[in-house]
Design a protein around this ligand. Structure first.
Ligand SMILES: [Fe+2]
Length: 130
């Protein structure tokens, strides 16, 4: 089935299956005291893209994991003057600050589809953004 959207949210049943089928991940979140609020897959390909934006509140700190084809792709953040202030290649898990304008940029050697999985929490891991 073709993916038509950048954000693809798991429903409650899918989210439960995702966590119960990944006990190490659930144990890691538990060890950090994090309660998962929502799970989604972000997809970037030839036709599905994202542009500089600020995520909808209330979530500020999301944990993203690379799934496939994240080499030479980047999370990039901007200040109020639309100047780049930070970037990170999406090849390791990160705590992503989503309340500052950001986007995904694609390098010349990136492959599609580029997929990440993104976790939001009821109790956000804000301390990792300090
Ligand atoms: Fe975002």
């Amino acid at each position: 089935m073709p993916v038509a959207k950048f954000w693809n949210f798991l429903d409650k049943k899918q989210a439960y299956e995702c966590l119960t089928e990944c006990p190490a991940l659930l144990a890691w979140f538990d060890s950090l005291g994090l309660q998962v609020r929502e799970i989604s897959f972000t997809v970037y390909n030839e036709t599905v893209k994202t542009h500089p934006h600020t995520d909808a509140p209330p979530v500020i700190a999301k944990i993203n994991f690379p799934v496939v084809n994240t080499e030479d792709t980047y999370n990039v953040w901007f200040n109020n003057e639309d100047e780049e202030i930070d970037r990170v290649q999406c090849i390791t898990p990160i705590v992503l600050r989503s309340n500052v304008k950001h986007t995904v940029e694609i390098g010349n050697t990136a492959k599609f589809p580029r997929i990440q999985v993104s976790f939001c929490f009821y109790n956000e891991p804000l301390k990792y953004l300090e």
